[in-house]
Write a protein that binds this ligand. Structure first.
Ligand SMILES: *Cc1c(COP(=O)(O)O)cnc(C)c1O
Length: 468
């Protein structure tokens, strides 16, 4: 299987190449040259497989044999072994037609673990096979850093350094990062803002000599392998509800468009998904696009669902490429105008096509709290603010056919956002047992000024390739 860039100016690559590169050299995103499509009989044959085996079967359709399905199965069995639920991502019925697909039973209590736990091991396996190693550097305002650290801890071919703004993350978020004491993990508490941290990471990547010396790599949400690892749970949920012999719909609380894109890929592969619902908070650029073809950038506003406080959804470029008939020149030009003019010019015909499959719904903070309270009152279900936006969207813009079940991607554990949950329900959501001693665990971090030279010197000393 080969991969092409959405902007058409980068050479095609195999799965290894896409995994290790992340972004294409022309600034585009990688997509498979052709989509694997399964027949109804092939979908049926997947019913009843344990989740890691199902996931290996699906991901293997995208790796071209390297790694092969057996290797993937071993790797994914290990990736999901530590999850807090035997089913990995259980489906919970909320009412007659609505289900929650709980994607938050991983180490950091959010859906990113579903992909990141596999991604860290894929990196390790691929690097070991090629006799290489990398240093992953990243900046976090709190959430993604812990998922990356949990994914990379104790991996032999990977060192990881995560920068966070000192004193500006929540205590849970900081502790989820700093209590990981594995020797290949380092946390830098930078005297500055999140933007300072991000600028430092960008500067490290822009320093070509340093980048090569350290073999710098990133594990951000535009990596194709992350999208690939998110497809299997849509397959699992749809099969459980009767696919391929019954249609299903999904409602996905959306930020960077990675999670809902994976659902779209499952549909493209032939799974009978009748509708995809995009949930947003007041940062509603995608909802404005889906309702009125208005993709205009506005300032990001903070909300109770911070993982969706995004204006530019980077993975949208992959869907755009498909909508434009896989025309890389048109995609590059559309993205260029989006960057310079702050508004994405999507042709009406393409927009009509997308709005037949996708519906959007936005909810403000008051609505989110009301929905958390309603779910608790009417369904006996404790939901985090992101998940609540997904259930509210499922109710607001459901598929026309009432026989079609709607599966909501439950993207975070309620204990990850305890303040909103308590405000809405009066209940303090308890941390799962495996995390209940988080506040007693020892922490390790290094404080540094927001200074490139100091940060680079630290990264150099941390990377074990130099210590060895
Ligand atoms: C990252 C995240 C999202 C958004 O997912 P995208 O793939 O960026 O659209 C939603 N909810 C939670 C809890 C998240 O951590």
């Amino acid at each position: 299987m080969r991969y092409v860039s959405t902007r058409g100016e980068a050479p095609s690559r195999d799965f290894d190449g896409v995994l290790l590169a992340g972004l294409a050299e022309d600034g585009g995103l990688f997509l498979p040259e052709t989509w694997p499509v399964l027949t109804a009989a092939e979908w049926r044959a997947l019913r009843g497989l344990p989740y890691p085996a199902l996931a290996a079967r699906i991901v293997a359709l995208f790796t071209g044999g390297q790694p092969d399905e057996a290797t993937l199965r071993t790797l994914l069995e290990e990736a999901y072994a530590g999850f807090g639920h035997k089913a990995v991502c259980p489906l919970v019925q909320l009412d007659a037609r609505t289900f929650a697909l709980e994607l938050f039973h991983g180490p950091t209590l959010a859906f990113k673990d579903m992909a990141m736990q596999g991604l860290g091991r894929l990196f390790d396996q691929t690097l070991a096979r090629r006799g290489q190693r990398v240093t992953i550097v990243g900046a976090t305002s709190g959430d993604t850093g812990s998922a990356a650290i949990e994914a990379c801890r104790d991996r032999a071919a990977v060192d990881i350094v995560i920068l966070h703004p000192e004193g500006r993350t929540s205590e849970v978020q900081r502790r989820q990062m700093t209590t990981v004491l594995s020797p290949n993990v380092a946390n830098l508490a930078v005297a500055g803002s999140f933007d300072d941290c991000q600028d430092l990471v960008k500067a490290m990547f822009a320093d070509a000599a340093f980048r090569t010396e350290m073999s710098l790599a990133a594990v951000n949400s535009i990596n194709w392998a992350r999208v690939a690892l998110q497809i299997p749970y849509y397959v699992a949920a749809a099969l459980a509800l009767g696919a391929p012999d019954r249609e299903v719909a999904f409602s996905v609380p959306t930020g960077n468009f990675g999670n809902v894109l994976a659902a779209w890929v499952a549909r493209r592969m032939g799974l009978p998904i009748s509708q995809l619902i995009v949930g947003s908070n007041r940062n509603d650029i995608l909802v404005r696009f889906l309702s009125a073809n208005d993709m205009t950038v506005r300032a990001v506003e903070p909300s109770l669902s911070p993982s969706m406080d995004i204006q530019v959804s980077s993975n949208f470029e992959r869907l755009l490429f498909e909508l434009l008939g896989r025309d890389p020149k048109a995609t590059a030009e559309t993205m260029r105008r989006f960057r310079t003019e702050g508004r994405m010019p999507v042709p009406d015909l393409a927009w009509r096509e997308v709005s037949q499959v996708f519906r959007g719904f936005a909810l403000d903070d008051a609505g989110t709290l009301a929905e958390i309270a309603r779910l608790h009152r009417e369904c006996g279900y404790l939901a985090d603010p992101h998940t609540a936006i997904g259930t509210a969207a499922a109710l607001a813009v459901p598929p026309a056919d009432p026989a079609v079940p709607v599966v909501v991607a439950a993207t975070a554990h309620p204990a990850k956002f305890p303040d909103a949950v308590r405000q809405a329900t009066g209940i303090i959501a308890p941390l799962p047992p495996r995390l209940s001693d988080l506040y007693e665990r020892p922490e390790r971090l290094t404080r540094l000024p927001a200074d490139l030279e100091a940060v680079e010197a630290f990264v150099r000393s941390h990377a074990r390739r130099n210590a060895a």
